[in-house]
Ligand binder design. Structure first.
Ligand code: SF4
Ligand code: SF4
Length: 367
């Protein structure tokens, strides 16, 4: 999620430089930018427009940042090491998060148990009224004076790859969702790998990886951990927490993505292959040979137009009614025949429109 905005994009696709380099090495080509997610002038915020009865709007003082990111150790170190003046606010929010000792381990800065529960219940499983709106759930790295992300050039995998809207609709969503899973997997593996490289003793390291079924303590839920727990958590790095994070950064930054895939587990290798496939699909612009209508939700917006939702309520299409009505003509016949018929009847349906309908899932390939 992101209040992507004022800072210049780090790569053509707007990724932080480390993720951009990794994906460049994996994919061997540029990733098309998601230009419709106009973050500084947030595409989900109302602006001066007239509210639409059926549209979802975000609070411009929160945007999509009702989220507390889990920052892996090498990302924390990158922010602490970045002395650019425009990162001063972001650095301070990281220092404050570490000083609070909530969700802080050598492995990462994570949301507290309480934050995780609230996020799951209210944002993921809620009725859609909290995401993008609840200021009390705003990310600690969100700069309220500028309504931008304070750690933008170093944000983690989720914030780097989530977009409210996609130029290629569902096709773009698939690509970024797959890339997100890959980058999250790699971030987890590298956080552990870097601590092992630095010689952290397994009996210390394991405290950053509690068993999944371990019940949270009161410390985990709401308060900073006590001094003894904190000392045990850091071992010989106790009082040198910032130094540890920076050392992890130095180790990770020099790795090529091929080396990272050798370090990471088979799950990352699988996700890398899926990301390559999703990238190939992102570059395909021809229309499939045979099509049929997909699943969609249609809302009337005017006498001539309809709003159509498919893969996400954040990214609907406003279409002329005749285009929506024409979906039924895709009945398994060759797409070229349907287009030829449309041309003779002077319908608005042409190949470029069909590509958009496929991208957004209004039409699906038959095979
Ligand atoms: S890290 Fe930045 S982009 Fe991510 S939720 Fe926080 S403010 Fe938003
Ligand atoms: S809601 Fe969309 S446009 Fe707004 S900050 Fe988030 S990704 Fe960017």
């Amino acid at each position: 999620m992101s209040a992507r905005g004022r800072q210049p994009a780090i790569t053509p696709a707007g990724l932080p430089s480390i993720h951009g380099r990794w994906l460049d090495e994996l994919l061997g080509g540029p990733i098309p930018a998601e230009t419709v997610a106009t973050c500084h002038d947030c595409a989900m915020c109302l602006g001066d427009g007239v509210p639409s009865r059926d549209a979802v709007y975000f609070d411009p003082e929160v945007k999509c940042c009702t989220f507390v990111p889990t920052l892996p150790n090498f990302v924390v170190g990158a922010i602490l090491s970045d002395e650019r003046p425009e990162l001063a606010f972001g650095r301070r929010t990281i220092e404050e998060r570490i000083a609070r000792r909530v969700g802080v381990t050598p492995r990462s800065l994570a949301p507290s148990v309480l934050q995780q529960v609230v996020y799951r219940e209210a944002v993921v499983e809620g009725d859609g009224d909290v995401f993008g709106r609840a200021r009390s759930l705003r990310c600690p790295h969100y700069a309220t004076e500028t309504n931008d992300c304070g750690i933008w050039p170093h944000r983690e995998a989720v914030c780097a790859t989530w977009f409210c809207k996609h130029v290629r609709g569902r096709v773009g969503h698939r690509f970024w969702s797959t890339a997100r899973r890959l980058l999250q997997s790699v971030e987890r593996d590298l956080a552990c790998w870097s601590l092992l490289q630095l010689g952290m003793e397994p009996e210390v390291l394991v405290r950053s990886y509690p068993p999944e079924d371990e019940r949270p303590s009161s410390d985990d839920v709401e308060s900073r951990v006590d001094d003894d727990t904190w000392r045990l958590r850091w071992g010989r790095w106790h009082t040198k927490e910032h130094e540890l994070y920076r050392s992890c950064t130095q180790l990770v930054m020099t790795l090529s993505f091929a080396e990272i895939l050798r370090i990471a587990g088979p799950q990352s290798a699988m996700l890398a292959a899926l990301t390559r496939d999703a990238y190939r699909m992102l570059l395909v612009t021809t229309v499939p040979a045979r099509l049929r209508p997909g699943k969609l939700r249609v809302l009337p917006t005017g006498p001539e137009t309809l709003r159509v939702e498919t893969y996400s309520s954040h990214d609907p299409l406003d279409l002329r009614r005749e285009i929506v009505a024409a979906l039924g003509s895709f009945d398994g016949r060759a797409t070229a025949d349907v287009l030829a018929e449309a041309a003779t009847s002077r319908s608005a349906l042409d190949e470029a429109t069909v590509r958009v309908l496929v991208d957004f899932g209004l039409l699906e390939p038959l095979d």
